[in-house]
Design a binder for this molecule. Structure first.
Ligand SMILES: [Zn+2]
Length: 321
Protein backbone atom coordinates (compact mmCIF):
# COMPACT_ATOMS: atom_id res chain seq x y z
CA UNK A 1 0.00 0.00 0.00
CA UNK A 2 2.81 2.33 1.05
CA UNK A 3 4.62 1.55 -2.21
CA UNK A 4 1.58 2.46 -4.31
CA UNK A 5 1.15 5.67 -2.32
CA UNK A 6 4.74 6.77 -2.92
CA UNK A 7 4.61 5.81 -6.62
CA UNK A 8 1.52 7.97 -6.89
CA UNK A 9 3.33 10.85 -5.23
CA UNK A 10 6.32 10.46 -7.55
CA UNK A 11 3.97 10.51 -10.51
CA UNK A 12 2.37 13.70 -9.32
CA UNK A 13 5.69 15.43 -8.88
CA UNK A 14 6.94 14.44 -12.33
CA UNK A 15 3.72 15.14 -14.18
CA UNK A 16 4.05 17.96 -16.73
CA UNK A 17 3.04 21.35 -15.40
CA UNK A 18 1.39 24.30 -17.09
CA UNK A 19 2.29 27.93 -16.99
CA UNK A 20 -0.39 29.87 -14.99
CA UNK A 21 -1.57 26.37 -14.13
CA UNK A 22 -4.33 24.45 -15.85
CA UNK A 23 -6.87 26.01 -13.57
CA UNK A 24 -5.95 29.68 -14.04
CA UNK A 25 -5.46 29.54 -17.83
CA UNK A 26 -8.89 27.94 -18.21
CA UNK A 27 -10.45 30.43 -15.84
CA UNK A 28 -8.94 33.43 -17.68
CA UNK A 29 -10.35 32.26 -21.03
CA UNK A 30 -13.71 31.33 -19.50
CA UNK A 31 -14.21 34.68 -17.77
CA UNK A 32 -13.01 36.68 -20.79
CA UNK A 33 -16.13 35.52 -22.67
CA UNK A 34 -18.35 37.58 -20.34
CA UNK A 35 -16.60 40.84 -21.26
CA UNK A 36 -17.57 40.57 -24.93
CA UNK A 37 -20.17 42.76 -26.67
CA UNK A 38 -23.63 41.36 -27.54
CA UNK A 39 -22.61 40.61 -31.16
CA UNK A 40 -19.89 38.22 -29.95
CA UNK A 41 -20.99 36.79 -26.62
CA UNK A 42 -23.56 34.33 -28.01
CA UNK A 43 -21.02 32.59 -30.24
CA UNK A 44 -18.34 32.46 -27.53
CA UNK A 45 -20.76 31.25 -24.86
CA UNK A 46 -21.87 28.42 -27.11
CA UNK A 47 -18.22 27.30 -27.33
CA UNK A 48 -17.14 28.26 -23.83
CA UNK A 49 -16.12 24.71 -22.87
CA UNK A 50 -13.75 24.47 -25.85
CA UNK A 51 -12.31 27.93 -25.10
CA UNK A 52 -11.61 26.92 -21.50
CA UNK A 53 -10.35 23.39 -22.14
CA UNK A 54 -7.98 24.40 -24.91
CA UNK A 55 -6.47 27.30 -22.97
CA UNK A 56 -3.52 25.04 -22.18
CA UNK A 57 -2.87 23.66 -25.68
CA UNK A 58 0.15 25.95 -26.21
CA UNK A 59 1.81 24.42 -23.14
CA UNK A 60 1.04 20.93 -24.43
CA UNK A 61 2.64 21.91 -27.73
CA UNK A 62 5.92 22.49 -25.87
CA UNK A 63 6.15 18.70 -25.71
CA UNK A 64 5.79 18.40 -29.48
CA UNK A 65 7.59 21.37 -31.03
CA UNK A 66 10.96 22.84 -29.91
CA UNK A 67 10.05 26.29 -31.33
CA UNK A 68 7.04 26.53 -29.03
CA UNK A 69 8.88 27.33 -25.77
CA UNK A 70 10.08 30.90 -26.56
CA UNK A 71 6.53 31.99 -27.43
CA UNK A 72 5.61 31.90 -23.72
CA UNK A 73 8.12 34.29 -22.14
CA UNK A 74 10.70 37.01 -22.57
CA UNK A 75 13.76 37.19 -20.32
CA UNK A 76 13.67 40.95 -20.50
CA UNK A 77 16.38 41.53 -17.89
CA UNK A 78 18.81 39.83 -20.25
CA UNK A 79 18.75 43.18 -22.08
CA UNK A 80 20.08 45.35 -19.26
CA UNK A 81 18.05 47.39 -16.80
CA UNK A 82 14.52 48.78 -16.76
CA UNK A 83 13.13 50.14 -19.12
CA UNK A 84 15.39 48.02 -21.35
CA UNK A 85 15.62 50.78 -23.93
CA UNK A 86 18.36 49.00 -25.86
CA UNK A 87 15.87 46.32 -26.99
CA UNK A 88 13.85 47.52 -30.01
CA UNK A 89 10.14 46.89 -29.52
CA UNK A 90 9.66 45.97 -33.19
CA UNK A 91 10.59 42.35 -33.97
CA UNK A 92 12.55 42.99 -37.19
CA UNK A 93 14.62 45.72 -35.54
CA UNK A 94 15.28 43.51 -32.51
CA UNK A 95 16.43 40.66 -34.78
CA UNK A 96 18.62 43.06 -36.78
CA UNK A 97 20.30 44.18 -33.57
CA UNK A 98 20.66 40.87 -31.68
CA UNK A 99 20.20 38.07 -34.33
CA UNK A 100 17.21 35.79 -34.64
CA UNK A 101 18.80 32.97 -32.63
CA UNK A 102 19.46 35.24 -29.69
CA UNK A 103 16.03 36.90 -29.74
CA UNK A 104 14.35 33.48 -29.80
CA UNK A 105 16.59 32.09 -27.08
CA UNK A 106 15.44 34.80 -24.67
CA UNK A 107 11.77 34.64 -25.62
CA UNK A 108 9.34 36.27 -28.03
CA UNK A 109 5.96 36.42 -26.23
CA UNK A 110 5.03 40.09 -27.06
CA UNK A 111 5.68 39.49 -30.76
CA UNK A 112 4.06 36.07 -30.91
CA UNK A 113 0.80 37.54 -29.59
CA UNK A 114 0.75 39.86 -32.64
CA UNK A 115 1.08 36.88 -34.98
CA UNK A 116 -1.79 35.16 -33.17
CA UNK A 117 -3.89 38.29 -33.47
CA UNK A 118 -3.26 38.38 -37.23
CA UNK A 119 -4.38 34.73 -37.42
CA UNK A 120 -7.54 35.53 -35.50
CA UNK A 121 -8.42 38.47 -37.78
CA UNK A 122 -7.99 36.19 -40.81
CA UNK A 123 -10.09 33.42 -39.22
CA UNK A 124 -12.92 35.91 -38.61
CA UNK A 125 -12.69 37.17 -42.20
CA UNK A 126 -12.73 33.57 -43.50
CA UNK A 127 -15.62 32.70 -41.15
CA UNK A 128 -13.57 29.63 -40.19
CA UNK A 129 -15.17 28.41 -36.95
CA UNK A 130 -12.44 25.93 -35.96
CA UNK A 131 -9.61 28.46 -36.41
CA UNK A 132 -11.56 31.20 -34.60
CA UNK A 133 -12.00 28.90 -31.59
CA UNK A 134 -8.50 27.45 -31.63
CA UNK A 135 -6.81 30.85 -32.05
CA UNK A 136 -9.04 32.52 -29.47
CA UNK A 137 -8.24 29.81 -26.92
CA UNK A 138 -4.51 29.97 -27.65
CA UNK A 139 -4.05 33.75 -27.80
CA UNK A 140 -5.65 33.85 -24.33
CA UNK A 141 -2.89 31.53 -23.16
CA UNK A 142 -0.02 33.68 -24.47
CA UNK A 143 -1.64 36.88 -23.17
CA UNK A 144 -2.02 35.25 -19.75
CA UNK A 145 1.64 34.19 -19.76
CA UNK A 146 2.78 37.73 -20.61
CA UNK A 147 1.07 38.95 -17.41
CA UNK A 148 3.05 36.60 -15.17
CA UNK A 149 6.03 38.48 -13.72
CA UNK A 150 8.30 35.44 -13.80
CA UNK A 151 7.64 35.08 -17.54
CA UNK A 152 9.51 38.37 -17.96
CA UNK A 153 12.56 37.45 -15.90
CA UNK A 154 15.70 35.32 -16.36
CA UNK A 155 15.35 33.98 -12.83
CA UNK A 156 12.02 32.45 -13.87
CA UNK A 157 11.89 29.71 -11.28
CA UNK A 158 14.09 31.21 -8.61
CA UNK A 159 16.96 29.04 -9.86
CA UNK A 160 19.56 31.76 -9.19
CA UNK A 161 18.28 32.64 -5.73
CA UNK A 162 17.55 29.24 -4.20
CA UNK A 163 13.78 29.64 -4.59
CA UNK A 164 13.06 26.65 -6.81
CA UNK A 165 9.31 26.19 -7.20
CA UNK A 166 8.35 29.85 -6.89
CA UNK A 167 7.07 29.88 -10.48
CA UNK A 168 4.30 27.38 -9.78
CA UNK A 169 3.74 28.85 -6.33
CA UNK A 170 2.80 32.27 -7.73
CA UNK A 171 0.88 31.21 -10.81
CA UNK A 172 -0.76 27.92 -9.73
CA UNK A 173 -0.86 27.49 -5.97
CA UNK A 174 -2.09 31.02 -5.14
CA UNK A 175 -4.96 31.14 -7.67
CA UNK A 176 -5.99 27.54 -7.05
CA UNK A 177 -6.30 28.23 -3.34
CA UNK A 178 -7.82 31.68 -3.52
CA UNK A 179 -9.53 32.53 -6.82
CA UNK A 180 -12.90 30.91 -6.16
CA UNK A 181 -13.34 32.33 -2.70
CA UNK A 182 -11.34 35.55 -2.50
CA UNK A 183 -10.75 37.02 -5.97
CA UNK A 184 -13.07 39.59 -7.51
CA UNK A 185 -13.71 38.98 -11.19
CA UNK A 186 -16.17 41.79 -11.93
CA UNK A 187 -14.18 43.46 -14.64
CA UNK A 188 -16.36 45.39 -17.06
CA UNK A 189 -16.18 45.32 -20.84
CA UNK A 190 -13.61 44.56 -23.50
CA UNK A 191 -12.11 47.58 -25.28
CA UNK A 192 -10.70 48.07 -28.74
CA UNK A 193 -6.90 48.06 -28.61
CA UNK A 194 -5.49 50.63 -31.02
CA UNK A 195 -1.87 49.57 -30.77
CA UNK A 196 -1.73 45.88 -29.78
CA UNK A 197 2.08 45.68 -29.88
CA UNK A 198 2.59 48.60 -27.50
CA UNK A 199 -0.30 47.37 -25.35
CA UNK A 200 1.54 44.08 -24.82
CA UNK A 201 4.87 45.83 -24.24
CA UNK A 202 3.22 47.85 -21.46
CA UNK A 203 2.05 44.60 -19.85
CA UNK A 204 5.53 43.07 -20.21
CA UNK A 205 7.05 46.12 -18.51
CA UNK A 206 4.59 45.75 -15.62
CA UNK A 207 5.51 42.08 -15.34
CA UNK A 208 9.22 42.91 -15.42
CA UNK A 209 8.89 45.46 -12.61
CA UNK A 210 6.79 43.07 -10.50
CA UNK A 211 9.25 40.16 -10.86
CA UNK A 212 11.61 41.62 -8.24
CA UNK A 213 8.76 41.87 -5.74
CA UNK A 214 7.62 38.30 -6.48
CA UNK A 215 11.08 36.98 -5.69
CA UNK A 216 12.05 39.31 -2.87
CA UNK A 217 8.83 38.95 -0.87
CA UNK A 218 8.96 35.17 -1.00
CA UNK A 219 12.55 35.26 0.23
CA UNK A 220 11.56 37.53 3.13
CA UNK A 221 8.53 35.42 4.01
CA UNK A 222 10.48 32.16 4.00
CA UNK A 223 12.81 33.61 6.65
CA UNK A 224 9.83 33.90 9.00
CA UNK A 225 8.43 30.42 8.40
CA UNK A 226 9.84 27.16 9.76
CA UNK A 227 10.28 24.62 6.91
CA UNK A 228 7.58 22.37 8.39
CA UNK A 229 5.13 25.30 8.28
CA UNK A 230 6.15 26.37 4.78
CA UNK A 231 5.27 23.04 3.20
CA UNK A 232 2.49 20.68 4.15
CA UNK A 233 0.72 17.58 2.94
CA UNK A 234 -2.59 18.95 1.74
CA UNK A 235 -5.22 17.83 -0.72
CA UNK A 236 -5.07 18.98 -4.32
CA UNK A 237 -7.93 17.83 -6.54
CA UNK A 238 -8.74 15.18 -3.97
CA UNK A 239 -5.16 13.83 -3.79
CA UNK A 240 -2.84 14.33 -0.84
CA UNK A 241 0.45 15.94 -1.94
CA UNK A 242 3.29 17.93 -0.42
CA UNK A 243 2.99 21.55 -1.46
CA UNK A 244 3.31 25.12 -0.14
CA UNK A 245 1.03 25.17 2.90
CA UNK A 246 -2.22 27.12 2.91
CA UNK A 247 -0.89 29.37 5.69
CA UNK A 248 2.24 30.17 3.70
CA UNK A 249 0.22 30.79 0.53
CA UNK A 250 -2.20 33.15 2.29
CA UNK A 251 0.68 35.03 3.91
CA UNK A 252 2.44 35.39 0.54
CA UNK A 253 -0.71 36.66 -1.13
CA UNK A 254 -1.22 39.22 1.64
CA UNK A 255 2.38 40.38 1.32
CA UNK A 256 1.94 40.78 -2.44
CA UNK A 257 -1.15 42.87 -1.75
CA UNK A 258 -3.29 40.76 -4.14
CA UNK A 259 -0.89 41.01 -7.08
CA UNK A 260 -1.94 37.59 -8.43
CA UNK A 261 -5.59 38.68 -8.48
CA UNK A 262 -4.71 41.95 -10.27
CA UNK A 263 -2.63 40.19 -12.94
CA UNK A 264 -5.36 37.61 -13.46
CA UNK A 265 -7.98 40.33 -13.86
CA UNK A 266 -5.77 42.19 -16.31
CA UNK A 267 -5.19 38.94 -18.27
CA UNK A 268 -8.95 38.41 -18.58
CA UNK A 269 -9.50 41.99 -19.73
CA UNK A 270 -6.63 41.85 -22.24
CA UNK A 271 -7.77 38.50 -23.66
CA UNK A 272 -11.34 39.71 -24.23
CA UNK A 273 -10.02 42.97 -25.71
CA UNK A 274 -7.78 41.12 -28.19
CA UNK A 275 -10.70 38.90 -29.29
CA UNK A 276 -12.89 41.97 -29.69
CA UNK A 277 -10.23 43.97 -31.55
CA UNK A 278 -9.58 41.09 -33.96
CA UNK A 279 -13.31 40.86 -34.70
CA UNK A 280 -13.52 44.63 -35.32
CA UNK A 281 -10.43 44.53 -37.58
CA UNK A 282 -12.05 41.70 -39.57
CA UNK A 283 -15.03 43.98 -40.32
CA UNK A 284 -17.35 42.75 -37.53
CA UNK A 285 -18.65 39.60 -39.26
CA UNK A 286 -22.06 38.34 -38.13
CA UNK A 287 -21.12 35.44 -35.85
CA UNK A 288 -24.71 34.20 -35.59
CA UNK A 289 -24.48 33.27 -39.29
CA UNK A 290 -21.39 31.07 -38.89
CA UNK A 291 -21.92 27.50 -39.97
CA UNK A 292 -21.33 25.05 -37.17
CA UNK A 293 -19.24 22.11 -38.27
CA UNK A 294 -17.99 19.03 -36.47
CA UNK A 295 -14.19 18.93 -36.20
CA UNK A 296 -12.60 17.44 -39.31
CA UNK A 297 -10.45 14.29 -39.15
CA UNK A 298 -7.30 16.42 -39.56
CA UNK A 299 -8.32 18.73 -36.71
CA UNK A 300 -9.13 15.77 -34.47
CA UNK A 301 -5.78 14.12 -35.26
CA UNK A 302 -3.98 17.37 -34.43
CA UNK A 303 -5.69 17.53 -31.03
CA UNK A 304 -4.96 13.82 -30.31
CA UNK A 305 -1.29 14.23 -31.19
CA UNK A 306 -0.93 17.22 -28.90
CA UNK A 307 -2.46 15.23 -26.05
CA UNK A 308 -0.19 12.24 -26.73
CA UNK A 309 3.03 14.28 -26.87
CA UNK A 310 2.11 16.06 -23.66
CA UNK A 311 1.36 12.80 -21.86
CA UNK A 312 4.77 11.46 -22.94
CA UNK A 313 6.15 14.04 -20.50
CA UNK A 314 9.22 15.01 -22.52
CA UNK A 315 9.33 18.76 -22.87
CA UNK A 316 11.28 20.22 -25.80
CA UNK A 317 12.91 23.35 -24.46
CA UNK A 318 12.32 25.27 -21.25
CA UNK A 319 9.41 24.41 -18.96
CA UNK A 320 7.86 26.26 -16.08
CA UNK A 321 9.46 24.24 -13.32
ZN1 LIG B 1 2.60 28.98 -21.33
Amino acid sequence: MKKIYFSLLALLFTHPSYCWGFYAHGKINYLAVFLLPPQMIGFYKKHIDYIREHATDPDKRRYAIPDEGPRHFIDINHYGNYPYASLPRIYDSAVAMYSKDSIHAYGIVPWWIQIMKGKLVKAFKDKDVYTILKTSAEIGHYIGDAHVPLHACKNHNGQYTNQHGIHGFWESRVPELMAETAFNFWIGKADYIKNPLMFMWDRIMESAVAADTVLQFEKTLSQHFAPDKKFAFEYRNGVLIRQYSSAYTLAYNALLNDMVERRMRQSIYATASFWYSAWVDAGQPDLSQLKEQAFSEIEKKEMDLLEKEWRSGKIKGRGCD
